[in-house]
Ligand binder design. Sequence first.
Ligand code: UPG
Ligand code: MN
Length: 854
Amino acid sequence: MSSPAAAGGDHGNIALAVREADLLLPAPNDDGDDHILAGVVGKHWVPADEKEILASKECGAGRPPLLYRTFRVKGMLINLYRFLTLIRVMVVILFFTWRMEHRDSDSMWLWWISVVGDFWFGLTWLLNQLTKLKPRKCVPKLSKLREQFDLSDGISNLPILDVFITTCDPVGEPMLYTMNSVLSILATDYPAEKYTTYFSDDGGSLIHYEGLLETAKFAALWVPFCRKHCVEPRAPENYFGRNVRRYTGNTPNEFIDDHRRMRAEYEDLKSRLDGLSAVIMKRSEAFNNTNTKEGHVNATWMSDGTQWQGTWIEQSKGHMKGNHPAICKVMLNQPSNDPELGMPASSDHPLDLSAVDVRLPTLVYLAREKRPQYSHRKKEGALNVQLRVSALLSNAPFIINFDCDHYVNNSQAFRAAMCFMLDPRDGDDTAFVQFPQRFDDVDPTDCYCNHNRMFFDATLLGLNGIQGPSFIGTGCMFRRAALYGADPPQWRPDDAKANVLHMPTIFGKSTSFINSVPAAANQERSLASPTTIVDETELASVMTGVYEDGTEWGNDVGWVYNIATEDVVTGFRLHRAGWISTYCAMEPDAFRGTAPINLTARLYQILRWSGGSLEMFFSRFCPLLAGRRIHPVQRIAYFNMTIYPVSSFFLVMYDLYPVMWLLHGQFYIQRPFQTFAVFVVVVIATAELIGMVEIKWSGLTLLDWFRSEQLYIIGTTGVYPTAMLHVLLRFLGLKGVSFKVTAKKLTGGARERLAELYDVQWVPLLVPTTVVIAVNVVSIGVAAGKAIAGRWSAAQVAWAATGLLFNMWMLLLLYPFVLGIMGRWSKRPYILFVLLAAVGAATASVYVAIARSM
Ligand SMILES: O=c1ccn([C@@H]2O[C@H](COP(=O)(O)OP(=O)(O)O[C@H]3O[C@H](CO)[C@@H](O)[C@H](O)[C@H]3O)[C@@H](O)[C@H]2O)c(=O)[nH]1
Ligand SMILES: [Mn+2]
């Protein structure tokens, strides 16, 4: 074992990284903003805020600095985009007029459906386009934030912050990733005394609690290590998983040793987390043998000999998943306000931390009460409990929330969000700052469009130029007052304070909570954390289901209930009240997470989103019902966001049109056909052309764009109709489709993880699309049969060939779905082509045989 590569993992790379250190640009603490700007903005963007900057300079020295910059797409490109949109609107209008003047078809009812369908597509396309005509990028100026809020003596004036993380199942949502998320939060670059992390465990499981204890212990080493060497990202699994690291710290000579020790410690933590269930089981057996009290027969013993009140993986009496009391434990106490340096290296303390602040931020474990008679309201319910508990303990004016599988990838992200919240221009009117969702471990060609680039890099930038992006569930910083239902300053009478009516009928009966409301609503720039002394019973009471009875929780306060897309509807409620939001894409990505990897999980996710969207449309949160505070174009955006599944009705018809061509040889939905065909080609071509300009300004690839087309077609053939059915059932008072927690990738090497790509579970949701595909394939066979049997004229054959072209296009769009349902066979796609050819040939020969025998 002499070569560096063989001598264990990536030492070669570390050495490389350290050597590289001399070449490196200044560490992010200097003035990193310019290289951040360069990374994010891209070549088609130019500043849009020059006037504001000038005005701010003229105002002189006393004024607070601007904390972010805005960019718009270059004039040429965006004007071309707008111009093409206008052209297409005219083409579509011409097309309609022409069709209305030529009501001539082989089937008038199909003609009507297609006219109505075309009208619907024309309209929704236009509405969608209107929301993208003024895209904006916002880039935080971290150095200005530092200048203004970080004092020279190491004390910080930044506001306090509450961090929420939600998890529910230690097995389905692998604990290792959840704990990595926690570590990345604890190690982030935000003053330790200024933020509190609330870990919500909806399973209430002992294993999560003990896992968190282990994690907190490990954090005592990990967090100072990250600070000492400025490592990124600060989630150890992802940090150690990287091949190349650039060194930006100040002690490169200690790095290799520290790194090696940390890695060993991390391996240790992993094996302790892995071994937890066995340890707890063994311990419990021992206790059970000495203590035979009834009800204590299961593995719910804690190491101090007391009983855990929550659950274990197996259910048992008194420890059922949906039936246990509330638990709240402070795992890491509030640190002191002044930096505390660590110990020099010694045999017990392998890392020299004598020049590093070793304080850890506060960490709280929560498991809310679960009772069978109360609906627990899933993630939204958990978030609202976190909102109340945090109000009693730290009451920070800002909150940032994470799903358990999303981690902080850029330690500057919290500060970046603050740049928008604290900016002197419109900071006070900002209800939330949303970061894009980025994913690790998506298959290289992103078969199921998990990256969703068109949405994150085009659509949301469009919204950012209006009233702001919608809330998308995770990686979002909120203003507490906005969640409580306060009005934004721009809609308040002059100089009025935020007046939130703090009454039990709105917020429930906890006096401490009610007393915390005015403070939360007005202390946005608070310096010190309010030290609240809370009584334990009151704390427990705000964690119960009954607490919300007869209040506005889940309605006009907190995260909204009863709608499967709690994120979109909650963001909408804030925009409706006149708040704005900001979209912030950083380089490196602020946060990263995991995406559903197999087809079934992905389709269920789309089902939940589309079902939830429609539910929202038919609820009191319908965008059409919002008052005048919402920006008109923002209203249109929400209209699109909620109504889109309806398009599937027409699209399924279109999907099947090619079939008619094949079966009839000639079939005209619209005569005269030649003119019609020209129109169709122009209408499609202009749409694609606009798409091409869009990928240009958003910096995407053709593949990103094509994947989103594919996913849309896959959605419309099976998922969206199911979503419509769901809403119909709910409308009739029935239960509708049940929405599950999205299946997460399980732990393991990259290859094993990608293996899950090929798992398919057959569910009814897959049937409609499969039928569409089958019908398309069979009809190709029948057409071939007809041609062979000599039933068609040459002209008919030619027309059928045109149909075939559409048919092929259809199949190309549905291709990822076909691969998905082939499961492990899809590793060899040629099998698919052989199969398709065989089915086609078989159908053709059957047809010919029948035709000859008749
Ligand atoms: O009873 C529950 C159910 C879920 N969760 C948590 O909610 C989060 C999101 O659930 P998941 O099933 O992973 O949803 P995804 O399909 O991945 O979620 C996307 O879509 C959701 C809206 O449908 C958003 O809330 C999410 O942020 C967004 O990532 C996870 O952290 C869960 O642990 C709970 O805390 N309690
Ligand atoms: Mn998720």
